[in-house]
Design a protein around this ligand. Structure first.
Ligand code: UT7
Length: 330
């Protein structure tokens, strides 16, 4: 069974921060950011909450699909930056869409979230449990960015992407992977509990994690870079093998947008023409799990996806998680 993405949507806030804006707040330059990452601008929230961005993207996807939102029977939201610890982003988006009845849940696989969510959706569609699934990936990454840390703050932006997914008839394959031993390579800690009964001092079993401030993202950039350059081609190759096709048969690869140099390394390793990789990092920076569905929406709106095209999505991120899926556009 394949998957049929019948609608796509995206939303980005209208405040745009350019590299020169960062050069005014930390010791950096347009030249450094451009050559090391490929990023020129990123969109940053100006009071719009995560669920409001997600709902805006979801409404566009519903409209494109031409369905009534009441037809959605499951909502899977992917995020690492929810507005609330509870309820889920999925339920907040469902409320905003006026949906009366749908199962909602959040999935956190960091920047690989959409690839993981699509596979979960595929299995629920295949089982017959649900017929119309909204996957909404929305992130306010700037919520956990330390604007005094030049090595991370220049990388991230906010935004959302959404898709409406139904059963399809084409090919679908997926490889979901992870390296939990790298869980301390990218993390954002919440404050320890402060209850009146037990001990309120906690040991993470790791000096860096013990010392890190709450709420701010910490990243071992170089180590993640090395992981990502190997993980991306590996996941694509496994997904292609599972699909029974050669990598050269893929028409379009939509990679997670973390660093254009990571994409360029994958292009070399997979020996594919540059034009088969979609890159929009220059405009949006890294929006974690929203990167891939936002790119899907852009490509779909530009009429660049055609029936029968073999599309490959590949993501990687904190966890460490990674994964790729390949499916035919219907
Ligand atoms: O989506 C989640 C997954 N995340 C990723 O995939 C991120 C993967 N990592 C990366 O993309 C890269 O490692 C970074 C973009 C984060 C860093 O690029 P790099 O080429 O690996 O730089 P580096 O960390 O090796 O740092 C090189 C130099 C250092 O200075 P010294 O020690 O050589 O004097 C840094 O302090 O660049 C310095 N530096 C900066 N300089 C100007 C770090 N950030 C900046 C900056 N502006 N913004």
């Amino acid at each position: 069974m394949g998957i049929n993405i019948i609608g796509t949507g995206m939303f980005v806030p209208d405040v745009i921060a350019g590299n020169e804006d960062f050069a005014r707040i930390v010791d950096t330059s347009d030249e450094w950011i451009t050559t090391r990452t490929g990023i020129k601008t990123r969109h940053i929230t100006n009071g719009t909450l995560n669920f409001q961005m997600g709902a805006a993207a979801a409404k566009e996807a519903v409209e494109e699909a031409g369905i009534d939102p009441q037809e959605i029977d499951m909502i899977i939201a992917t995020t690492v930056t929810p507005d609330c610890l509870t309820p889920s982003l999925a339920c907040l988006v469902g409320k905003e869409l006026g949906i009366e009845s749908a199962a909602g849940m959040d999935l956190n696989a960091a920047c690989a979230g959409y690839v993981f969510a699509l596979d979960v959706a595929k299995h629920y569609l295949e089982s017959g449990e649900f017929e119309t699934i909204l996957i909404v990936s929305s992130e306010i990454i700037t919520r956990m960015v330390d604007y005094s840390d030049r090595s991370t703050c220049v990388l991230f932006g906010d935004g959302a992407g959404a898709t409406i997914v139904r059963k399809g008839e084409g090919m679908y394959s997926c490889a979901l992977k992870g390296k939990p031993q790298g869980a301390d390579k990218i993390f954002t800690k919440l404050p320890a509990p402060n209850n009146p009964f037990g001990k309120n001092e906690f040991d993470w079993g790791n000096d860096e994690m013990n010392a890190a401030p709450d709420y701010f993202m910490q990243m071992a950039g170089n180590e993640v870079y090395k992981f990502a350059t190997a993980a991306m081609p590996e996941a694509v190759e496994i997904a292609a093998q599972k699909a029974g096709i050669g990598v050269s048969e893929i028409d379009m690869i939509i990679p997670h947008q973390a660093n254009v140099r990571i994409v360029n390394t994958a292009i070399k390793r997979l020996k594919l023409p540059k034009e088969r990789f979609y890159v929009n990092i220059q405009e949006f920076g890294n929006i974690s799990s929203a990167c891939i569905p936002l790119a899907l929406a852009q490509l779909s709106h530009q009429g660049r996806l055609h029936k029968g095209d073999k599309i490959c999505l590949v993501g990687f991120g904190a966890g460490l998680t990674y994964g790729a899926s390949i499916f035919e556009w219907e």
